[in-house]
Design a protein around this ligand. Structure first.
Ligand code: ITT
Length: 200
């Protein structure tokens, strides 16, 4: 069974594919679709934004869609970059630009006040049925310089609570086990299994 993942982010797609393929799904990202509606993310919550990526696609394709909206919430920055994580350093910001801006904003903030969390909202929207949503979270701390070559986005700056390693120092399986995305995914697992088996 096909499952469209409403993302243009290659890092997210890679991780979600690793989680979904063992359930028997053929996973397609936005880049695999011939034409797609413009997806807007203007909400103030990860959940609203995930919904607004999932439903226009369900409407235009008539098949199930999984959407991910995620980001980094930094306590010393009042929750920023939050839902604006992808565009933190500007509308066309790269991961490197965003990481640079984050380090600048946190300059002089001591280690014990650099607490943060990654949050991920997943919405599975199924035509004619409705949606299920889940949110996952992982706690951590922002380092003063990047470490590790894996993952994507803010991973090299995010020291995962209790592991002593950044998210970019984890192998893909370990990242999926402890990450915000992995946690949200496991909450949706029973429904995804039923969808995959065609009994939803
Ligand atoms: P789509 O909307 O097409 O899915 P996007 O990259 O714009 O792609 P978001 O609006 O959800 O997605 O932004 C997510 C931001 O948070 C983006 O800057 C990511 O780099 C960052 N992010 C999310 N999950 C992450 C993770 O597991 N590791 C590192 N950074 C992450």
């Amino acid at each position: 069974m096909r499952l469209i993942v409403a993302t243009a982010n290659a890092g997210k797609l890679r991780e979600l594919r690793q989680m979904l393929e063992p359930l028997g799904f053929e996973v397609l990202g936005l880049a695999d679709l011939a034409d797609r509606p413009e997806l807007r993310e203007e909400g103030d919550s990860f959940l609203d934004n995930a919904r607004s990526k999932a439903w226009p696609l369900v409407q235009s394709l008539g098949e199930p869609v999984l959407a991910d909206d995620s980001g980094l919430v930094v306590d010393a920055l009042g929750g920023a970059p939050g839902v604006r994580s992808a565009r933190y350093a500007g509308p066309r910001a790269t991961d490197a630009d965003n990481n640079r801006k984050l380090l600048m904003e946190l300059e002089g903030v001591p280690a014990k006040r650099r607490t943060a969390a990654f949050v991920c909202a997943l919405v599975l929207a199924v035509p004619g049925l409705g949606e299920v949503a889940a949110e996952g979270r992982v706690e951590g701390r922002i380092l003063e310089r990047p470490r590790g070559g894996g993952g994507f986005g803010y991973d090299p700056l995010f020291l995962v609570e209790g592991l002593g390693r950044t998210a970019a120092e984890l192998d893909p399986k370990t990242k999926n086990r402890v990450s915000h995305r992995g946690r949200a995914f496991r909450l949706l697992l029973p429904v995804l299994r039923d969808l995959g088996r065609g009994v939803l």
